[in-house]
Design a binder for this molecule. Structure first.
Ligand code: DC
Length: 230
């Protein structure tokens, strides 16, 4: 059976990666978390002191350093899921902190960062058989993807999920800070000049505010089956 390309876009913290990972495992496709790649760039900026006190990014200093950012995904045999590596180091945990989350949108809005990441994403998905999640996968990275999903949920529901997730990892978190952070990310992601977050015209919308993980998993699998039935 021909392997298709599946693009899953949507707002911050609405469970895109969980559903994308589960689907990829179920159907034997490769999963790529494009947000992790922008998070790696942000971690790199923090490691190199390229984020100023006011939160702005020193773009002039970052641009010549871009070739030094090497991102890979390697399967973690213990979890059965891919971990993110930045320059050979496993940064799966480091890229999910509030510090990275609060600086990632301005980094992801920089055109030369996007150009580099989109090229890498397109190379990773060249042969199909891929599930990629992000903000611009169905619109800019793989505009010809056979299956496009746009996921959303209410901001309150999304903030609560993120809060529970970070709390479970032992981080000290504040609900209002999380809510503010994700609304800000949505605002910056949706209004940036290059490849803003928007639903592709041919994407199916999934509002999962009131769905369990199992229900959305079943819905997604059904969409995949419908697309690959003939
Ligand atoms: O999916 P995430 O929360 O890990 O994404 C982190 C940030 O990266 C998010 O604020 C928007 C940005 N991003 C993007 O601009 N384009 C993508 N394809 C994926 C993520």
């Amino acid at each position: 059976m021909k392997k298709i390309t599946i693009a899953i876009d949507g707002h911050s913290s609405c469970g895109k990666s969980t559903m994308a990972k589960d689907l990829a495992r179920e159907i034997g496709y490769i999963y790529i978390d494009s947000g992790a790649m922008y998070r790696c760039c942000t971690l790199f900026c923090l490691q190199h002191g390229l984020i100023r006190m006011d939160g702005s990014v020193d773009e002039e200093a970052l641009e010549p350093l871009m070739p030094q950012i090497r991102i890979e995904f390697r399967l973690n045999p213990a979890t059965g899921r891919p971990d993110t590596y930045l320059n050979g180091e496993n940064v799966e945990r480091d890229i999910r902190t509030m510090e990275v989350s609060s600086h990632v949108s301005p980094v992801a809005a920089i055109p030369f960062v996007r150009t580099a990441m989109v090229a890498l994403q397109q190379a990773m998905g060249r042969d199909g058989g891929i599930v990629m999640d992000g903000r611009d996968i169905g619109t800019a990275v793989f505009p010809n993807a056979e299956l496009k999903i746009f996921v959303t949920a209410s901001a309150q529901v999304r903030a609560q999920r993120r809060y529970d997730e970070l709390k479970a990892k032992g981080e000290h978190v504040d609900f209002d800070e999380i809510l503010y952070n994700l609304q800000e990310r949505d605002r910056i992601d949706s209004t940036r000049a290059m490849n803003p977050l928007r639903k592709a015209d041919d994407a199916l919308v999934l509002d999962n505010s009131n769905l369990t993980i199992e229900q959305q998993k079943a819905w997604l699998l059904e969409q995949f089956r419908l697309k690959t039935a003939d």
